[in-house]
Ligand binder design. Structure first.
Ligand SMILES: Cc1cc2nc3c(=O)[nH]c(=O)nc-3n(C[C@H](O)[C@H](O)[C@H](O)COP(=O)(O)OP(=O)(O)OC[C@H]3O[C@@H](n4cnc5c(N)ncnc54)[C@H](O)[C@@H]3O)c2cc1C
Length: 118
């Protein structure tokens, strides 16, 4: 019988699929990712990496890299069109989480050129 390269298939190379693949890789388990999009491209001005995502990315060893790329959010504030404050809440570590909430503006800094093979 031919050797099975990998029994784990991940459909979708978004953050969820790639994070799963990295976690599996960290446990010495290979996998194959299938992605429908022909190329991976940025979407939007940037991204807010929320504490639950930072927890997972920190577990993958990426926490410090992401912190260095962005700014730590301390608070979210919402205003009406007259500039009056509607609502404010602390974010990330300032709200009691163990990990920060990081805002990354993709136009300002580029990710370090890293590649990983599985
Ligand atoms: C404009 C915008 C801004 C956002 N900003 C933020 C933010 O600041 N912070 C935040 O936490 N979240 C943000 N989100 C939400 C965040 O993008 C999603 O929660 C996240 O991308 C979900 O990740 P995922 O891997 O589950 O799915 P996706 O990122 O949707 O990845 C799924 C992948 O599967 C592929 N796929 C689908 N079907 C198939 C198939 N049959 N075969 C092969 N591949 C397939 C798709 O092409 C896609 O690449 C934003 C979303 C949008 C649209």
């Amino acid at each position: 019988m031919a050797a099975v390269e990998s029994e784990i298939t991940i459909v979708g190379g978004g953050i969820g699929g790639l994070a799963l693949a990295l976690h599996l890789h960290g446990h010495g388990i290979s996998c194959r990712i299938y992605e429908a999009a022909p190329v991976l491209k940025e979407l939007g001005v940037g991204i807010t990496v929320l504490p639950h995502a930072m927890r997972e990315l920190t577990a993958l060893g990426l926490g410090q890299t992401i912190e260095a790329l962005g700014i730590e959010n301390t608070e979210s504030r919402f205003f009406n069109r007259f500039g009056q404050l509607i609502y404010a809440e602390k974010r990330g570590r300032y709200a009691g989480y163990k990990v920060p909430e990081i805002g990354v503006h993709r136009g300002r800094r580029a990710l370090p050129n890293r590649s990983r093979s599985f």
